[in-house]
Write a protein that binds this ligand. Structure first.
Ligand SMILES: [Zn+2]
Length: 90
């Protein structure tokens, strides 16, 4: 973690004191959030605390968008799944 990132992280903590979840929790839950979205469910309604965090935290938003893009590619079959990768290893 470089200095700027660390300061942003601290800033986020103090500016989002009323947040119910932390960045590490957000990171853990992001994959599930993306799954809900991909399967056509209302992810924001199901996980409002996470949605709120994503709206406020740039770092987690970037993380979530990357995750979502990867999942969309996966759904389209453009990306090999983890199982495919494992199977392709002799
Ligand atoms: Zn965050």
């Amino acid at each position: 973690m470089d200095r700027n990132r660390f300061e942003n992280w601290l800033k986020n903590i103090y500016e989002t004191r009323e947040e119910e979840i932390s960045c590490s929790e957000c990171f853990d839950l992001a994959a599930h959030y993306v799954d809900l979205e991909i399967t056509g469910q209302d992810a924001a309604a199901r996980m409002p605390a996470l949605k709120q965090h994503l709206d406020q935290c740039r770092a987690c938003r970037d993380e979530y968008e990357t995750l979502r893009d990867l999942r969309i590619l996966e759904e389209m079959g453009d990306l090999p799944s983890l199982d495919d990768l494992r199977n392709s290893i002799p």
